[in-house]
Design a binder for this molecule. Structure first.
Ligand code: NAP
Length: 268
């Protein structure tokens, strides 16, 4: 059975933890929160130059005894042209020589981001990142990006819960060895009271948040729950000792209404 320290293979041969820590709006003492998460066993940290959390993540990594190779750091860049400079700034804030995964945060307003993607391909060549990917991309946008550069992303990071996901996206990603990283996997706490979700969670003696995380693991998608509170940080990875049954997975899958806690699913 998959465990907290399990990893998933990327197309490039590198591996990525099956569960990560989100850090958007991590408003409590961020360095202390990340340090505690690392102590609990989290090894993947998701951030962005936009989140304002990178300097505190650097502090937490600097203070922990975990080797750099055992950590998996994800960051994101943006900009209308090449995003290489924004990634260099990210690395400086993180006090790292490389990250494990650099993403285009979202497609630009026009086009699919060919120049941004070329910037990332260059960042990979320069060993600033081990892998490159995208976020908030639709299937057609990924096809167009890959068609022009002949390099596919290893990850598409998108909002992803039983209330809002896309079978078409999952099929496309699986066929092309692209891993879906699930952001806002807990619906930003907005749907945790949903009756069907709560009833299903009760069957396993788990919380609604844990069921949402476990649903991702069984789908082969990689959740990035964020938590300020220590009890949440501890609760969220406690999902490796049970398995959602076939019928219950189907019930969760049937909750899909293309729901987004952020307004809309840009990929659906
Ligand atoms: P989320 O992880 O779905 O939800 C976070 C909320 O859930 C917080 O209010 C948190 O409370 C609460 N929570 C955490 N664990 C809980 C538990 N066990 N029981 C009850 N409530 C719990 O939302 P998110 O932060 O939007 O998404 C996660 C990460 O995805 C982000 O932090 C970021 O790294 C990434 N993301 C990426 C993009 C993108 O465009 N690429 C967009 C959005 C998010 P406390 O904080 O009080 O513990």
């Amino acid at each position: 059975m998959v465990a907290f320290q399990s990893t998933i293979a990327l197309r490039t041969g590198n591996t990525m933890p099956v569960l990560g820590l989100g850090t958007w709006q991590l408003t409590r003492d961020t360095a202390d929160t990340v340090r505690y998460a690392l102590e609990l066993g989290y090894r993947m940290i998701d951030t962005s130059g936009d989140y304002g959390t990178q300097p505190a993540i650097a502090e937490a990594i600097g203070r922990c005894a975990i080797s750099r190779q055992a950590l998996f750091v994800v960051t994101k860049g943006r900009g209308n042209r090449r995003c290489l400079p924004s990634h260099q700034k990210n690395l400086a804030e993180l006090e790292l020589e490389y990250v494990d995964l650099m993403l285009i945060h979202r497609p630009p307003e026009t086009g699919v981001g060919k120049e941004l993607w070329e910037g990332l391909i260059q960042a990979k060549r320069d060993s600033l990142t081990k892998d490159i990917g995208v976020s908030n991309y639709a299937v057609e946008q990924i096809r167009a990006l890959a068609g022009r550069t002949s390099e596919l992303p290893v990850v598409n990071q998108i909002e992803w819960t039983p209330f809002g996901y896309s079978r078409h996206m999952l099929d496309f990603c699986q066929e092309n060895h692209i891993i879906v990283q699930a952001y806002s996997p807990l619906t930003r706490a907005e749907r945790l009271q949903d009756k069907t979700l709560c009833d299903l969670a009760n069957i396993y003696g788990k919380t609604p948040a844990q069921l949402l995380i476990r649903w991702n693991l069984q789908l082969g998608t990689v959740p990035l729950p964020k938590a300020n509170r220590k009890e949440h940080l501890k609760e969220n990875p406690d999902v490796f000792g049970f398995r959602i049954g076939h019928d219950e997975m189907a019930e969760l899958n049937a909750l899909n209404e293309h729901y987004s806690s952020l307004g809309s699913l840009p990929y659906a």
